[in-house]
Design a protein around this ligand. Structure first.
Ligand code: NDP
Length: 293
């Protein structure tokens, strides 16, 4: 039996989705509009198909209208941009998600920049990243937003705490650090970001009261890297050769040292989808109130 409290992201995601479904129902009753999420899937990569299926299922059960746009893997950059522009102009679509990764011949960054910032359900557009950096967030990348929600709902204080974020990617590490250093609930932390050029990774991680790991390296963080009693959030997800899943943290070791830890699967992953729906609903509310029909 691990010593650490298990932070059950799946149960929390279910609660968040039930709360959201109620809010959506009340809002739709007043406005006559259903929040619309468009998911663009290019090609038929099996992992992407599973993610898209899960997102659509969750959207449907929360009372959203979902639009699936399937494109062949050899689609041209211009044809995909045209598709995004159509969704930008479609009043029934409030959130647009282009499932990554895209085939290698496509420039993902340029495609994501063509999504209208007001419909950027993933929060990856430079305008949304800029607003987050300025401390006035609108649509925030879903995975770090889910981690913040988890910390708040599990009553894990962040104010004044030493947080170490492993990884500086634009979709997880960087926005995670920005959220944790922002003023207010779930923020106000003293944040360190570490990456491949950091010296003494284990020592830096051991300074953390809260350690958030998004390195994309299976079971890299060992029990000896964790300060006794720290909270460990494992964003990583990997499939082992035997088909089982693991994170970026060695769960067996870490759960002996930490006071609380997210499992993989069932930790951060389900929260990402819950936050995607939350972003889409926020986008819908703001688009409908600024342009009532
Ligand atoms: P990226 O590969 O884009 O970024 C990884 C980051 O970790 C980089 O900044 C890299 O540093 C750093 N890093 C890699 N190896 C080390 C190391 N040995 N020591 C220190 N830092 C290291 O990954 P993502 O941020 O996209 O994703 C991270 C993980 O989270 C992946 O396992 C991914 O599958 C998972 N993920 C899970 C999601 C979920 O919903 N649960 C959603 C998104 C991602 P550098 O910049 O120097 O290269």
């Amino acid at each position: 039996m691990p010593n650490a409290r298990i932070l059950d992201g799946k149960a929390l995601a279910n609660r968040l989705q039930a709360e959201l479904a109620q809010e959506v129902q009340a809002w739709s009753a007043v406005t006559g509009v259903k929040p619309g999420l468009a998911v663009v899937l290019v090609g038929a990569e099996p992992a992407s198909m599973v993610y898209v299926r899960n997102k659509r299922k969750a959207a449907h059960s929360a009372g959203f209208e979902d639009h699936l746009i399937e494109m062949p893997s050899d689609i041209s950059q211009q044809a995909l941009v045209d598709e995004v522009e159509k969704l930008n102009a479609n009043p029934a679509v409030h959130g647009i998600l282009v499932q990554l990764p895209l085939p290698k011949h496509l420039d993902s960054e340029q495609i994501l920049r063509r999504i209208r910032p007001e419909k950027d359900a993933d929060g990856f557009h430079p305008v949304n990243m800029g607003l987050l950096a300025l401390g006035t967030p609108k649509l925030v990348p879903c995975t770090p937003l889910g981690v913040k929600e988890l910390l708040i709902r599990e009553s894990i204080p962040t104010k004044g705490k030493r947080v170490v974020v492993v990884g500086r990617s634009n979709i997880v590490g960087k926005p995670m650090a920005l959220l944790l250093m922002a003023k207010g609930e779930g923020g106000d932390a003293t944040v360190t970001i570490v990456h491949t050029a950091s010296e003494d990774m284990p020592g830096l991680c051991r300074e953390a009261d809260i350690l958030v790991v998004a390195a994309g390296q299976p079971e890299m963080v060992k029990g000896s890297w964790i300060k006794p009693g720290a909270v460990v959030i494992d964003v990583g997800i990997h499939r082992r050769a035997d088909g089982s899943l693991c994170g970026d943290v060695d769960f067996a070791e870490a759960s002996e040292v930490a006071s609380a830890i997210t499992p993989v699967p069932g930790g951060v992953g389900p929260l990402t989808i819950a936050m995607l729906l939350r972003n889409t609903f926020e986008a819908a509310k703001s688009l409908v109130s600024s342009n009532p029909s």
